[in-house]
Design a protein around this ligand. Structure first.
Ligand code: ACO
Length: 377
């Protein structure tokens, strides 16, 4: 039976899901029915991860157990560290993260995805270990030893500690935790879909997450947060922002951090991230990049808003990480260490009623072509 071809599968449902929902016309994002803004105000990244994975807000004892389990599984094996040491230090951290996550699957039982208890421990390990891998790579590539996690520190505080071996200002931990909440899940995006396709083959969850990391890396997806800061640095000063934007749009260049397949208004995550920017800069001093970003948003708005193109989640997140002294090429790995909870929630959901993804195609080539021997071509 012939079907309409939708490039990029735009608007084509790939699953039914109760994990998150986006209202792209009104700019609303909910995780398990709860607005993301509410979660930023009232929840923590780890509680939000639990909500995404298991579908409900945990009781006090369930949450305590979850935090304990995550905390006890933060360490990574010395062989994973050896693997990271063997990679070229000029390589992209997303590639290092992908390699290390794929390798985790060689150390832990994950292949029997029908084992519900084992799936819980796989989810724990992946949520717990991704920050440790990112921080270890960030240090190893500069010739520094990795810093083991500290059990007395919360998820976000511990990440900063593993990066710099010092305890960051509390406001950094709070703001970073909100950033992790905002990036944790976003319906059927490219990396989630990639993970679902892998999950549908009943591959182990380490392979599922490794494939999602690969899809997230691209500049049209998670990689845009890195490119936004590169662009803002290139612009350099506020007065150069408007001419830069006008030139870019005249040349049909896409502005990174703008536009979204689903949102036709400003991405609600960008709005929250802007509030977080203001809070961070009030407490820790201004960022010239933020002033430039505001001018870029205003200049681009004149042309792009009428097309339904506004800042997305990647536009303001990098400015926050930059102020916290995090290297630009680590921004997308930060996205991955948050989004892993969303990917895993979709993995668990897929397993409940699995059907192998095997889409169709519309063949546009020839038939019955003769084979021409090499000396006659
Ligand atoms: N800057 C300028 N123009 C844009 C932008 C942009 N960032 N995004 C879309 N447009 C324009 C296109 O040029 C096109 O214009 P035209 O109709 O005149 O040819 C129109 O809007 C539609 O663009 P598409 O790329 O076809 O729309 P799509 O829904 O596929 O785009 C996407 C979504 C890929 C995110 C796009 O907006 C983009 O490339 N943005 C920049 C990269 C980016 O920020 N990615 C992160 C997205 S959020 C995330 O993945 C976490």
């Amino acid at each position: 039976m012939p079907h309409d071809f939708m490039p990029g599968l735009a608007g084509v449902p790939a699953a039914t899901s109760s994990i998150s929902d986006v209202d792209g016309q009104r700019g609303i994002l909910e995780y398990r029915g709860i607005r993301v803004e509410t979660l930023c105000t009232s929840s923590s990244y780890l509680e939000t991860a639990y909500l995404l994975l298991f579908g409900y807000l945990p009781s006090a004892s369930e949450f305590q157990q979850w935090v304990t389990d995550i905390t006890h599984h933060r360490r990574i094996k010395f062989r994973i560290i050896d693997l990271l040491k063997s990679l070229p230090e000029s390589g992209h951290p997303m590639d290092a993260l992908q390699a290390a996550v794929a390798a985790l699957g060689m150390f832990y039982p994950g292949r029997n995805v029908k084992d519900v208890e084992n799936n819980y421990w796989s989810a724990v390990r992946l949520v717990a270990k991704l920050p440790t891998i990112v921080a270890a790579w960030a240090r190893l590539r500069h010739g520094d030893d990795p810093i083991p996690p500290r059990d007395d520190l919360g998820f976000s505080e511990n990440f900063f500690y593993m990066l710099a071996e010092s305890v960051a200002p509390p406001v950094w931990g709070e703001i970073f935790d909100d950033c992790l909440i905002l990036h944790a899940e976003h319906t059927m995006n490219a990396s989630t879909f990639t993970g679902l396709v892998t999950a549908s083959t009943l591959a182990d969850p380490y392979t599922v997450v490794a494939s999602s990391i690969g899809a997230l890396k691209g500049p049209l997806h998670g990689g845009a947060n890195e490119e936004v800061v590169v662009m803002l640095r290139e612009i350099g000063t506020v007065d150069k922002a408007r001419p830069y934007v006008e030139r870019a749009l005249q040349n049909k260049k896409k502005l990174m951090g703008f536009g979204h397949r689903v949102y036709k208004v400003k991405d609600p995550r960008a709005t929250v991230l802007q509030e977080l920017c203001r809070r961070l800069f009030k407490e820790c001093g201004n960022s010239p990049l933020y002033e430039i970003a505001l001018e870029v948003e205003a200049a681009a708005g004149a042309t792009l808003n009428s097309k339904g193109i506004y800042p997305n989640v990647d536009f303001y997140s990098g400015i926050i990480y930059d102020k916290m002294g995090i290297d630009v090429d680590l921004f997308t790995p930060l996205f991955a260490m948050s989004r892993v909870s969303g990917w895993l929630a979709h993995w668990l959901e897929q397993l409940r009623e699995n059907k192998l993804f095997r889409p169709d195609q519309i063949y546009s080539g020839e038939h019955n072509r003769p084979y021409v021997p090499i000396d006659k071509r």
